[in-house]
Design a protein around this ligand. Structure first.
Ligand code: ADP
Length: 498
């Protein structure tokens, strides 16, 4: 009998107890109040990997109560004690990176080596914020009155919620959980319906590391359950903050829902990233970076280059080199040796990519390589390079979230900046040039939260990740990322003079 995804996964796991298939509330592994379940599928084959509870508002309420019950103990724990737990957790995640990566590939589809890298990256947030949590400094501000002293404290927000996407099922979890918990908050986490198993494995390791019951609760549910869970998280007065990574449409909805109680909100939303290659760029660097930023995770990254702007002098060479490299990418199941590109997450993702490519071709665009569903079937799509992208195309306005590099030529620097900023989004801009003056001019002119110069990567636990315009609110990672999970309290102390 042919091996199934589940049998391949089970065979790979050194520690099968990491494969958890229920929610986690108050330190207990629990099903849904209703008893309803749904299936998590391998996007590469459509096979069932696990059956999980369909949790809704009632379950979410119980999780919020558990987080509230855990708050007094957790927020008053010494920061050194919290840091020890988070550091131990980071060590456990690294120790079990192969297992968690295997679980992630089964539900998400990405090559297992890439998944393991992501898991290691996700451990970095736990380490980093374990330490940053010990550096939550206040201030003493000179007063204008001899009788008073002004002191600034930073305190946890309280019970918080994290809602995470399926494209980076490990890193997006720790990027929220680590700063929230390090700051002394407790959390209800709702991972994406397609990829709950990675989040649950990380939660299991958190418990092993010593997280007290209720500090982190995980509520899982199917696609249709997200609205009910989200409505409870945003309307329940106990929850004081929502941290969300996902689509701009859902981000706007959560922001609107949170307005009723003026809840704090951090949002990491869509990008529509320009990738600007100037004539003086190093071609090899630009093409290597395109592989990292456009084709990694099959293009399913909010930071993915979406609009490639290439100066006319280097255009032909760049198109040829990009197509040659894209044509060599190995497409396959994430568990198969050598795979560089897995499937898209689901049929809706595939349909979007086809719609974007179809629209571009209808407008006179040209396929240089790829352009179709892959022979492997399911949700696989060929690594694709197309030319003829222009501002009238759908792809110019929406992120494609697939392995499609679409190219627009430009003449001079100002035109590149104008084209790059011609979007409602502003997450990251990629710039390729060897001219120092141009590096500064273009970086300053881009309306984005991040700029990557001569590299295709921007993320790291030590750097402030986030966008401007409709790409989001707030920053994650770095010392700035901790601020988003803290409240400032100012004390005016009178009666000092004798
Ligand atoms: P995508 O379209 O890439 O799946 P989404 O924004 O729909 O992105 O999903 C990101 C996360 O937001 C997932 O965990 C998803 O279940 C959740 N989500 C979707 N709709 C809602 C909603 N109405 N309220 C709260 N969370 C939601």
């Amino acid at each position: 009998m042919a091996a199934t995804t589940l049998s391949r996964l089970t065979e790979r796991l050194a520690d099968p107890s990491l494969l958890r298939a229920t929610g986690c509330i108050g330190g207990e592994w629990v099903g849904a109040v209703s008893g309803a379940t749904y299936d998590v599928l391998d996007p590469a084959t459509g096979e069932v990997v696990a059956t999980l509870p369909r949790m809704v508002a009632a379950d979410t309420r119980v999780a919020i109560e558990a987080a509230a019950a855990a708050l007094p103990g957790w927020r008053s724990m010494l920061t050194t004690a919290r840091a020890r737990i988070l550091r131990r957790w980071a060590d456990l995640v690294r120790e079990h990176a192969d297992d968690i990566g295997s679980i992630e590939t089964a539900e998400q589809g990405k090559p297992v080596t890439e998944a393991i890298d992501e898991v290691r990256y996700s451990a970095g947030f736990l380490d980093w914020f374990a330490e940053e949590g010990r550096r939550v400094y206040g201030d003493v501000i000179p007063s204008t009155s001899a009788d008073t002293r002004i002191v600034v404290l930073k305190q946890p927000v309280g019970v918080t919620a994290g809602i995470t996407p399926w494209n980076l099922p490990a890193a997006m979890v720790t990027r929220k959980v680590a700063p929230a918990l390090a700051a002394g908050n407790t959390m209800v986490l709702k991972p994406a319906p397609f990829t709950p198993l990675t989040a649950l494995a990380i939660a299991e390791l958190g418990i092993r590391a010593g997280l007290p019951p209720g500090v982190l609760n995980v509520v899982v549910g199917d696609v249709e359950d997200a609205a009910a869970i989200g409505a409870e998280l945003t309307s329940n007065r106990t929850v004081r903050k929502i941290g969300f990574t996902g689509s701009t449409a859902v981000g706007k909805l959560l922001l609107a829902q949170s307005a009723a109680q003026v809840k704090r909100v951090s949002l990491e939303l869509g990008g529509n990233s320009p990738f600007i290659v100037f004539d003086d760029a190093d071609l090899q660097t630009a093409v290597d970076s395109l592989m990292a930023s456009k084709f990694r995770n099959a293009g399913q990254l909010c930071t993915a280059a979406n609009r490639l702007l290439v100066q006319t002098g280097i255009l032909d060479d760049f198109v040829a080199a990009a197509a040659e490299r894209a044509g060599r990418l190995v497409v396959g199941h994430g568990y198969d040796d050598g795979t560089e590109i897995g499937p898209l997450i689901n049929s809706a993702g595939l349909a979007k990519v086809e719609r974007h490519v179809g629209d571009l071709l209808d407008r006179g665009g040209t396929v240089v390589i790829g352009g179709h569903r892959h022979d492997l079937g399911h949700t696989f799509f060929e690594p694709t390079v197309v030319t003829g992208l222009d501002p009238a195309a759908v792809m110019w306005r929406e992120e494609t979230f697939g392995p499609v590099a679409a190219i627009t030529p430009f003449g001079d620097e100002q035109e590149a900046i104008d084209l790059a900023n011609d979007t409602d989004f502003g997450l990251v801009g990629f710039v390729f040039t060897r001219d120092l003056g141009r590096t500064w001019r273009v970086s300053e002119a881009l309306e984005t939260g991040m700029v990557a110069v001569n590299t295709g990567r921007v993320s790291g636990e030590m750097a402030p990740f986030g966008g401007v315009k409709e790409s989001g609110l707030g920053r994650e990672g770095s010392k700035y990322g901790l601020e988003d999970w803290l409240e400032i309290k100012y004390m005016n102390l009178g009666g000092i003079s004798r």
